[in-house]
Design a protein around this ligand. Structure first.
Ligand code: XMP
Length: 512
């Protein structure tokens, strides 16, 4: 495996994604825990991430001696390269030449790092983001590549198999970056590609059996990809010792609840309790328009309902959850101070302690794209596995203001038409998330010869990598016009459609 030491770069997770894509397992650990991680993982290679810090700062993060003592290949990226240099006796200075964005590096010397990828003397596009730069390299190192702003853009000690690059090979703006990582893990670290979802499935089935023994597991199924994949995997491991509880809050999209129930019961034969709690949820939301109160109400009712059902089943020792690797990674943050709560996310966080259950989290090591691959491996339908993310509080946060059954019905119809048009236009997989929002505003229109006074529907579509930042999707006007016409013609209660052209930040993806 590969250990990624996190110095707090925005793109550390991308390093892990690139390495996992080569079929090699890796883990991210904060630099403060690097020594423990080296001991626990016994990695065959180490990557040092970038950082917003400067090696020139007092208290700058440093390369733990255990990293160098591990005697395995090391690749330092940006700050990682600079910190390596400092640790080994080189020198870093504040940049006179700051480089941000695209740059060209020139190969000055052949190196194992780009064997078979780059030739001597050639130039290649890379992505830079640095103020400081290396000005003197440690003994035993040589310059293998330069860029206009960084005379030591790429350095190597081939004998010790230590490499440093000033640019970021993990971002898409470094077109050959993925191949450089592949070269590092296969040729320099000598690791074979054995990290596949087929192997993961086998390993996890064993692990789940070992953890659970003859105990009982309950799973809060949300209808989303993560909890579904977790449930199917756990069922494969322990069969009828698993029961799924699907708290149907009545806030799902058109036909969604039925599809989930039939997939689990019919395709997989998994014991499933379907709790129709729509009255309870919608009743509590009806007069409430404060977004945070709505979210908290849904969270509280979910936990109450789930607990009641679990009690009816006679309880369980384990709770299954679809926790993913990004939730587990303890990233280094240099922002200082606690961050502000933008929205209270809905999850089953408080349940295990309250109900005194241990957690079974078979997806803890996986990124979202790996969960999708595992889902395919387990035979989940493509339409389900490739689905856009859907928030826990469901359509309630897409109905600003009070939620009523009538409004939910209108929204469901509009949303289904919108997604249908997106699929027909072949855009579903290009767009990261798309949905309709029913605004609590009525406007005047004219249909036939009559006046109408109905709701406004807003359409949202974004591209994103992880939902943390997003751009609105640039539809052509013909698509929007056609979709708007269909919604207004086919959905009673809507007489106006608008398109949301806000990116995140400053907007969020959902409206509440
Ligand atoms: P925002 O609106 O914060 O959304 O930009 C980012 C992503 O998170 C989803 N989202 C949620 N997912 N529980 C979830 O599981 C929630 O409470 C929740 N709120 C927002 C949202 O759909 C988008 O993909």
């Amino acid at each position: 495996s590969i250990l990624i030491v996190d110095f707090g770069s925005q793109v550390t997770q991308l390093i892990a994604r690139r390495i996992r894509e080569t079929g090699v397992y890796c883990e991210i650990h904060p630099f403060q825990n690097a020594a423990a991680a080296v001991a626990a993982m016994q990695p065959k290679g180490i990557v040092l991430s970038g950082s917003p810090a400067s090696t020139l700062d007092e208290n700058a993060p440093t390369v733990a001696p255990e990293i160098l003592a591990a005697n395995v290949p090391i690749l330092g990226i940006c700050y990682g390269q600079q910190a390596l240099c400092v640790a080994l006796g080189g020198k870093v200075e504040g940049g006179h030449h700051r480089e941000f964005g695209r740059a060209e590096v020139k190969v000055q010397k052949l190196s194992a790092l780009y064997e078979g990828i780059w030739d001597l003397g050639t130039e290649h596009q890379v992505w830079m983001s640095h103020g400081d730069r290396v000005v003197a390299i440690p003994e035993g190192f040589e310059v293998i590549g330069t860029s206009p702003g960084a005379p030591f853009a790429m350095i190597a000690n081939e004998e010790r198999r230590i490499y440093g690059v000033q640019f970021h090979p993990e971002v898409v703006h470094t077109p050959d970056g993925a191949r450089l990582y592949a070269n590092f893990v296969y040729n320099i670290c000598g690791i074979a590609a054995t990290w596949t979802m087929a192997a993961y499935r086998e390993k996890m089935v064993e692990k789940i059996r070992e953890q659970v023994g003859s105990g009982r597991v309950i799973c809060a199924l949300s209808g989303g990809v993560d909890s579904s994949v977790a449930a199917v995997l756990i069922h494969e491991a322990i069969g009828e010792q698993l029961t799924c509880i699907f708290v149907d809050h009545g806030l799902m999209r058109l036909n969604e609840a039925d599809e989930v129930v039939s997939m689990f019961r019919e395709q997989y034969n998994i014991p499933l309790v379907h709790v129709d709690a729509a009255d309870r949820f919608i009743g509590a939301l009806e007069g409430e328009s404060d977004p945070e109160v709505k979210r908290k109400t849904i969270g509280r009712l979910f936990i109450e309902t789930f607990e009641e059902e679990a009690e009816k089943l006679g309880g369980a020792q384990f709770l299954a959850q679809g926790t993913l690797y990004p939730d587990v990674i303890e990233s280094v943050s240099f922002t200082g101070g606690p961050s502000v709560t933008i929205k209270s996310h809905h999850n089953v966080g408080g349940l295990p302690e309250r109900m005194n259950m241990k957690l079974v989290e078979p997806l803890r090591e996986l990124f979202k794209d790996e969960v999708r691959a595992l889902g395919r491996e387990l035979g989940l339908p493509e339409k389900f596995v490739g689905r856009h993310p859907f928030p826990g509080p469901g359509l309630a946060i897409r109905c600003p203001g009070g939620v009523t059954r009538e409004k939910l019905d209108i929204l469901r119809k509009a949303d289904a038409i919108y997604l249908d048009e997106i699929r027909k236009a072949g855009l579903y997989d290009t767009i990261w998330q798309a949905f309709a929002v029913l605004l609590p505003v009525q406007t005047v229109g004219v249909m036939g010869d009559g006046r109408t006074y109905e709701f406004v529907c807003a359409l949202r579509a974004v591209t994103s990598v992880d939902g943390m930042t997003a751009d609105f999707y640039p539809y052509d006007m013909a698509f929007l016009g056609k979709t708007a016409t269909r919604i207004i013609n086919e959905v009673r209660g809507i007489n106006r459609v608008v398109y949301d052209v806000t990116s995140k930040p400053p907007g969020t993806i959902e409206w509440e």
